[in-house]
Design a protein. Structure first.
Length: 255
């Protein structure tokens, strides 16, 4: 897929992986629109990369999503929708009676999974109208093996992986030209993962692999340790689980 001249919307684009993606897509000649909930981070990203457009929007909020669609339609639309926004909660929603823990789990699902479906549905006709267009959904290595400190995050990524595969198949059946890419990162060194024991790869390395995959029309893009975990899990699922979940993680879960 050609990136030069394309307009891409990146959710959660003001920090971490999204900000690195902004940098690299701009460098490849794309026009970039980012969204996020934190206006301060959006302003900082705009200052860093003046060529981008920034819109304050929460993917978990239906009204925000509709407003985002309307604004983007007014400025000419997009060719690529990159569903990058994500949040990771803890393990406190494992049978502990506390309504706040349930709401945390619900918010994870709203952003990591249901919000993606909402945006895809809103933008689908726009994407179908383009000569070459794409959706990029972000699942995770945890869509193969769950992380015992983040059960809902893991579950949301399993849902995302299955949904992405079926969406791609459906669009193929109806002979749509919209391409569906799935990015499966390992642990990435961002603010979201800074308290984890595992050392993550850099956002730069991850996004570079994403862009290479897009240019080669490789629709399933497994990066770094995700490749290893994927193959081990196929034949030795218990070993794969042990690699993802260290003894220290298990002790933290019990405490």
């Amino acid at each position: 897929m050609e990136l030069k001249g394309k307009t891409i919307l990146i959710t959660g684009g003001a920090a971490g992986i999204g900000l690195e993606a902004t940098k690299q897509f701009l460098a490849n000649g794309a026009k970039v629109i980012i969204t996020g909930r934190n206006q301060g981070k959006l302003d900082a990203a705009k200052k860093l990369y003046p060529a981008l457009s920034a819109i304050n929007s929460d993917v978990a909020n239906a009204d925000d999503a509709q407003s985002l669609f309307n604004k983007i339609k007014e400025i000419g639309g997009i060719d690529i929708l990159y569903n990058n926004a994500g949040v990771m909660g803890g393990a406190k929603n494992l049978g502990i009676v506390n309504d706040k823990h349930f709401e945390t789990a619900k918010y994870e699902m709203d952003i990591n999974y249901l919000g993606v479906i909402r945006l895809n549905n809103l933008f689908m006709d726009m994407l179908k109208s383009r000569k070459e267009s794409a959706i990029i959904n972000t699942s995770s290595v945890l869509s193969y093996v769950p992380f015992n400190l983040s059960p809902t995050y893991s579950a949301s990524k399993v849902a995302m992986r299955f949904y992405t595969e079926v969406l791609r198949d459906h669009l193929n059946i109806i002979k749509s030209t919209v391409k569906v890419f799935e990015l499966l990162p390992p642990v990435v060194a961002t603010e979201m993962t800074e308290n984890l024991e595992a050392k993550g790869i850099s956002p730069e390395k991850l996004v570079n692999a994403l862009i290479v995959g897009i240019k080669k029309d490789r629709f399933t893009i497994r990066v770094g340790d995700t490749k290893l975990v994927y193959f081990i899990h196929r034949f030795f699922p218990k070993l794969a689980y042990g690699l993802v979940n260290t003894a220290k993680s298990a002790s933290q879960l019990r405490s």
